[in-house]
Design a binder for this molecule. Sequence first.
Ligand code: GRF
Length: 213
Amino acid sequence: MEACLVTNTVLGVFVSGRGSNLQAILDAIQAGTLKVPVGLVISDNPKAQAISRLKDTGIPCLCIERGSFPSRDAFEQALVDALEKHQVNLVALAGFMRLLGPAFLRRFTGRVMNIHPSLLPSFPGLDPQGQAIRYGVKLSGCTVHFVDEGMDTGPIILQQSVPVLPEDTVDSLAQRILEQEHRLYPLAISLYSQGRLRICGRQVHILEAEEVD
Ligand code: GRF
């Protein structure tokens, strides 16, 4: 992946479901701690609760369903076209339940982030909180990373650990992790928008504000 120098970030958010991370991003913008506009939200699920969170925000939302297209490439081209039309230059996956392929990632290399509720590379994919409990780890957490073509494999931007308690259920652990997700994702987006993230191979260096050219 290439290094990225970013100014004038316009954020696109991809959702499929509940949208609590979308809400955290909107709340951070409202609070003034995240200074980027959301140019577009795309849902691949017309029933996503996330869509209702945009009520009264004026943020455009498109529902683009995979089933409306003959191929994955055609679906991803529609995503790219919509993002370009709205001048989006950073995409945050926020509970988006699809892997993005080369047609999409070639266009947005180093410009797509995801949040995952485990300390990657442990427990990628589905049910990471259940995986953590079944494995018996004492710490889990969340990871914000750049997206590559793998499943939760891209360069790691930020991580936050939380304890896994003996009495935890999947729900109680998910809730503890989610609180940290809501803090970490706006922070990662903010660092990106300030040009403070440099991708060097697998490592993401976080620059001090004074180090940004
Ligand atoms: C979050 O736990 C996120 O880490 C994962 O999917 C969940 C989405 O939750 N990728 P929400 O839709 O943001 O509430």
